[in-house]
Write a protein that binds this ligand. Sequence first.
Ligand code: SF4
Length: 212
Amino acid sequence: MRIGEAEAIVGTLGRPSKMPGYSTSTSATECKLGSLLRKVRGSVCEGCYAMGANYQYPSVKIAHARRLDGLRNPEWVDAMVTLIGRRVDPTDPYFRWHDSGDLQGVWHLANICEVARQTPDVRHWLPTREKAMVKSFLRAGGVIPGNLTVRLSAPMVDGAAPKASGPLATSTVSSDGVTIGYGCPAQEQGNSCGDCRACWSRDIENVTYRKH
Ligand code: SF4
């Protein structure tokens, strides 16, 4: 598949300035659990950054809509494998799923796992609030490949990490500087990951982000 054909199916990849490499995203308005959590005081989704002005430009909305439409395309896996294979820097091979938006269903997670399986030299990180979808996937016998870190996000600021076992990792958000596990250093390094790749590592059981 050519790059142009792949982009016609799944849209273009994004390049978050904070992080290494490429990402893909959908609109935060399509988050299933997140859309409910946004109305909950003290939740990590209240005041969601991905609902802010930068995400309201027509070009961003069009890109999000195209990516959402593409998710159900039977060639979605091939198209994502093509783009990740061609775009990701082999000397720093990291890919982030969903810098905005979230899983749309168990089928979506199964497809992401297949993309990771077909790009074994790339480290993938999927942050998600959709714990129930992930658990359903695993209960049904789904396997998360070793190069994909699925990190379950705590729903509440200053809340406990979600219960996770097996291949799953977690993240929490702190407003008071209390760190559970590994503290994200981005704020001390110009809001950038720099050399840190902790989020992509399953060995880091929990990452604590500071509330913006
Ligand atoms: S913990 Fe490291 S990899 Fe994760 S967001 Fe913070 S700086 Fe980036």
